[in-house]
Design a binder for this molecule. Structure first.
Ligand SMILES: [Cu+2]
Length: 198
């Protein structure tokens, strides 16, 4: 693990200028802070049942996942832990009625995996590098979840080619605007939209 972090640090240092690292840093940062502040004021546990026909059963899971990615893009590991904790609680509350047998089985696997990742992110409020490692795998779960069940609204898969020693990683966002949760302020706008999910 230590070696991996060093690898990431070196990769990000070497490629620092390769991905518009300094572009609009100040503007982006304040916009991010604004988003985060707005998010804190929003009701995080609003009911999703009133709009059941058009709203995904996973709306709350997605919204807390986004809370988590915004916090990491903002280099705020404490807020990331809060987002992950809320996401874990939302995962536990997902209404599984109406799932087919296949969906139940598929979701059980994803649920267990997402629960584990959100717990690790929650428990690592003092280790943002480790939170980001878990985000990578958690994002794969959220992607699979969206592919299997739909998101209820458009979601974008955004790819950062530089994370993890240039192995790359993606995250999901409701906006095409790139706010990189893997590098935060170091390379906030590094990433490209790879796919639109619905
Ligand atoms: Cu961990």
């Amino acid at each position: 693990m230590k070696l991996l972090f060093i690898g990431v640090a070196v990769a990000s240092a070497i490629s620092f200028s390769a991905c518009n690292s300094n572009a609009d840093k100040t503007t982006d940062h304040s916009a991010m802070q604004h988003n985060l502040d707005t998010m804190k004021d929003m009701p995080m546990h609003s009911s999703t049942t009133s709009n059941a026909a058009t709203t995904s059963k996973f709306s709350e899971v997605f919204s807390h996942y986004q809370h988590l990615t915004f916090a990491l893009a903002n280099d705020d590991s404490k807020e990331a832990a809060n987002g992950a904790k809320a996401m874990g609680e939302a995962i536990a509350k997902v209404d599984k009625s109406g799932f087919t047998a296949d969906q139940q089985k598929g979701y059980a696997d994803l649920e267990a995996d997402m629960k584990e990742h959100t717990e690790h992110i929650t428990a690592n409020a003092n280790n943002i590098a480790h939170q980001r490692e878990h985000l990578e795998t958690l994002s794969k779960d959220v992607y699979d979840l969206t592919k299997s069940f739909g998101a209820g609204k458009p979601l974008y898969k955004i790819y950062c080619p530089m994370y993890n020693d240039n192995k790359g990683a993606y995250w999901l966002a409701e906006s095409k605007e790139v706010k990189n949760p893997y590098f935060g302020n170091k390379m906030l706008t590094c990433g490209e939209v790879q796919e639109e999910l619905k």
